[in-house]
Design a binder for this molecule. Structure first.
Ligand code: SAH
Ligand code: SF4
Ligand code: F3S
Length: 506
């Protein structure tokens, strides 16, 4: 296993030539997708002793930080950890760019448009940096694991002070210090399989819903996907650490937790000492006094019977299953290396529906995978009609450098891909609306999360099945579980009125 620290202290000279090494005080080794792909036999190292050196604990006193988050829940949660570390260094948080002394962009590499947004923001921040040279601008998250991104920043965006990777978050105190005092671009990106660092501080966003990582990384290597390269290998936290964190959230009044991982159904497979999986973990968490427990994301391949049996016990385990299918054609699924067929997926859905009759399914779908034929796309349409999802995220395939699919020749023009996305969304929206309309007249349990974005006089929250509900109620109810009668259904949300009955349909 390659575990190298690539610290580069660049001078901010012209780096427009290909060989950047002459500009660095130490040997320049860029992050490497090739190294990141390696999966060795070494055991995952658990580090339980995170501390911030005394000389770094006050470095942020009187200064403010801001973190912009792009990407998935994993990144959202990493942002909470970085906010925790920065707070422990004395920094205060701000939402005003002009007030910030440190701005971090926690980036996502999943599709090209996600990366374009970040590069747009990097450009926007340049005038601010020129005006305020003491400002520390940092780029972290999945994009910083990509060699091409680091090189582009070096070539075109020398106003960036700090780049660090997803495996380097616990190094933030030292990295911030280097960035403040060195006046040179600091880059630290480890291309490695990954360890687990426990006991990191966190400043959570809100006190109603909390994220809990149960595992990191991904070993699935779906041919289109960059995540296994940016997040390292699948590695599970110890059950006792997870359970302690959930108990802590319960004690602090949190109403809902979401167990997080790129492929949570693989939880425990790498734990050598115990034979313990997601079903076992959920069975223990279900006994903790917290009203709602979710998990995301499920890979259909590893969804086992034990997990279904545990979920069927209900209680705080909600009846919402996000089960990304990606495509409706077995041939495309094979090219995607999803390792299940359309038939396997449909059988799994049936099995879950049999054991959990009120289960609600949501999904992710990619259209326009290289050489996708019209017939294959039609198979996606027929699958979504068969499953009748309640909600979905749909994407046009975006080639990611270094992944196998990016090397495939592609005969599908972008116009056709856009058209297919449009058709898919039209079919899906009709299903979402139909599903939502079926709830009109029903009473549902809603976790009140806050004011609605559009109208502060209206409160909003989610059902157990993760549907957004808007209704009028006193603000004092924020953070409570209430019953709402649905009287109007839209494609993406429901409107209702507060009721006092205790009868709840879902
Ligand atoms: N681990 C999750 C997915 C995380 S990424 C799973 O396997 O289900 C979230 C979604 O982004 C994926 O489900 C997929 O639909 C989409 N996605 C990933 N890579 C993509 C790419 N290269 N182009 C378009 N969409 C992509
Ligand atoms: Fe990407 Fe596949 Fe892993 Fe999901 S399971 S993160 S799509 S490689
Ligand atoms: Fe994006 Fe990284 Fe998540 S690529 S989707 S932020 S794991």
């Amino acid at each position: 296993m390659k575990k190298e620290t690539h610290i580069i202290d660049s001078t901010k000279q012209d780096t427009s030539e290909k060989d950047y090494s002459k500009y660095f005080q130490t040997t320049y080794q860029p992050p490497s997708l090739k190294d990141a792909k390696r999966r060795g036999k070494e055991k995952v190292q658990f580090h339980k002793d995170f501390t911030i050196d005394e000389d770094l604990q006050n470095i942020g006193v009187g200064k403010k930080f801001m973190i912009r988050t792009y990407g998935c829940q994993m990144n959202e949660h990493d942002t909470e950890v970085m906010a925790g570390i920065l707070s422990d260094m004395g920094f205060e948080s701000t939402t005003d760019t002009n007030e910030a002394d440190v701005i971090l962009l926690n980036t996502c590499a999943i599709r090209e448009n996600a990366e374009n947004k970040v590069f747009g923001e990097i450009g926007h921040l340049k005038p601010l940096k020129l005006e305020k040279p003491g400002l520390i601008l940092g780029v972290c998250g999945c994009m910083s694991q990509e060699e091409s991104v680091v090189n582009k920043i070096l070539q075109k965006h020398q106003h960036i002070d700090l780049i660090f990777g997803t495996h380097n978050i616990h190094r933030l105190p030292q990295l911030i210090k280097n960035a403040i005092f060195n006046k040179e671009m600091v880059i630290e990106v480890w291309s490695k399989e990954g360890d687990i660092v426990e006991n990191l501080p966190r400043v959570r966003k809100g006190n109603i819903k909390g994220w809990v990582n149960i595992m990191y990384g991904c070993d699935k290597f779906c041919t289109y996907c960059i995540v296994p390269y940016t997040r390292g290998k699948e590695r599970s936290r110890h059950p006792e650490d997870i359970i302690e964190e959930v108990r802590h959230l319960a004690r602090n009044g949190y109403k809902e937790i979401t167990l997080l991982g790129q492929n949570v159904n693989a939880y425990g497979k790498d734990l050598e000492e115990v034979d313990y999986g997601l079903g076992d973990l959920m069975d223990e968490i279900r006994k903790i006094d917290i009203p709602r427990v979710r998990f995301t994301t499920s890979h259909p391949r590893d969804f086992d019977d034990h997990l279904i049996d545990v979920l069927a016990k209900g209680g705080n385990l909600v009846e919402h299953i996000h089960l990304p299918v990606q495509h409706g054609s077995s041939d495309v699924l094979k090219l995607m290396a999803r390792k299940y067929s359309r038939e396997h997926y449909l059988k799994l859905v049936d099995k879950i529906k049999t054991k959990i009759p009120n289960a609600v399914f949501t999904t992710d779908i990619i259209v326009g995978f290289p050489n996708e034929t019209d017939e294959q796309f039609e198979e996606t349409l027929s699958l979504v009609k068969e499953v009748e999802y309640d909600m979905a995220f749909t994407f046009i395939y975006s080639p990611r450098d270094g992944t196998p699919a990016a090397k495939m020749e592609d005969n599908v023009p972008m116009e056709v891909k856009k058209e297919r996305l449009h058709r898919l969304n039209a079919v899906m929206n009709e299903i979402f609306l139909k599903k939502n309309k079926a709830l009109v007249g029903e009473v549902v349990e809603v976790l009140v999360e806050g004011e609605s974005k559009k109208n502060p006089d209206v409160l909003s929250g989610h059902t157990r099945t993760n549907k957004v509900v808007h209704f009028q109620a006193p603000k004092s109810m924020i953070g409570e579980l209430v019953n709402v009668k649905i009287n109007d259904a839209k494609t993406w949300s429901l409107n209702g009125e507060l009721v006092k009955t205790v009868e709840v349909s879902q």
